[in-house]
Write a protein that binds this ligand. Sequence first.
Ligand SMILES: NC(=O)c1ccc[n+]([C@@H]2O[C@H](COP(=O)([O-])OP(=O)(O)OC[C@H]3O[C@@H](n4cnc5c(N)ncnc54)[C@H](OP(=O)(O)O)[C@@H]3O)[C@@H](O)[C@H]2O)c1
Length: 324
Amino acid sequence: MKAVLCTRLGGPDDLVLADLPDPVAGAGEAVVSIKAVGLNFYDTLIIAGKYQTKPPLPFSPGGEFAGVIDSVGAGVTAFAPGDRVLGYTGFGAARQCAAVPVDKLVRLAADLDLDRAAGLNITYGTTYHALRDRAALKSGETLAVLGASGGVGLAAVELGKQMGARVIACASSDDKLAFARAHGAHEGVNYAKEDLKDALNRLGGEHGIDVIYDPVGGPLSEAALRTIAWQGRFLVVGFASGEIPRLPLNLMLLKGCDVRGVNWGAFVRQNPTDYRAGLDQLTRWCAQGKLSCHIHAVYPLAEIAAALKALTNRTAMGKVIVRP
Ligand SMILES: NC(=O)c1ccc[n+]([C@@H]2O[C@H](COP(=O)([O-])OP(=O)(O)OC[C@H]3O[C@@H](n4cnc5c(N)ncnc54)[C@H](OP(=O)(O)O)[C@@H]3O)[C@@H](O)[C@H]2O)c1
């Protein structure tokens, strides 16, 4: 089978396409024929050795996937060959087949194509956890989403709208804002052209912004936090800008607001039952057309470098998928 391997830390062009022996399912495992892999911004970090998870070399990038079970190992009764599944393994999916512990797999009950299923787990899972469990977003509240056309950003626009919020998309181009509006955002702020604080103050009015969803970091974080409502919630999701901001504590005092961390990987480990129930809900909504799981582009396995560059050069809108 073909596998993309990170044999030395570096950029997308340092990855190699290799031939490996077909895997065999051990006890408690299933061999999955991987049909689609969802790429995430953190894949660009993990291959550079800049992510909190540092797998031993060589490893395959790609933390989420959808596929079909080929065979199962001893003791596995919950899955059978032919089952359509999606999975979250953190890394290791950019290959044609993988032996996966079955507790990392969820049967794909809904009638959903495997490309969209592959890109749903991390982005929508993170965002559902963030808006529901961390922010307790309520219908009628105002939600500002930074990086609103990216993977998790688009998920926040769509889930925020579905939860009844007024959604303000914030992004770096008018095309990205038009895309976010087409997916449910009510208003848009182009932070490459307009000062983010001024724009959110204008749109938030005297009340301010109830919930801020921030996967970007850098100077935009403080600019957005300064517009938050009394008892608002600021969600720390990620730092795609490459800069982890430092926020002045006087703002939390003055606004009586909360800065709340979102750590989806830890949530999955701590609350596996909630994770699975949430994923079932998200796949059903996606199959019913309530969530788009919009795919920016699908790349063959051999072109994974180009796929990762669509994330680093900020051109991707929605999910980037690799099809082994
Ligand atoms: N906390 C968690 O559990 C969790 C889970 C999933 C993801 N994350 C994090 O969330 C962030 C976004 O992940 P993603 O997979 O959604 O990424 P993505 O699809 O690449 O989207 C990132 C967005 O960030 C903005 N951005 C600003 N500066 C950028 C830069 N220098 N390079 C790339 N993008 C830049 C871009 O929007 P504009 O061009 O409009 O600014 C882009 O659309 C990452 O930091 C990731 O690690 C965290």
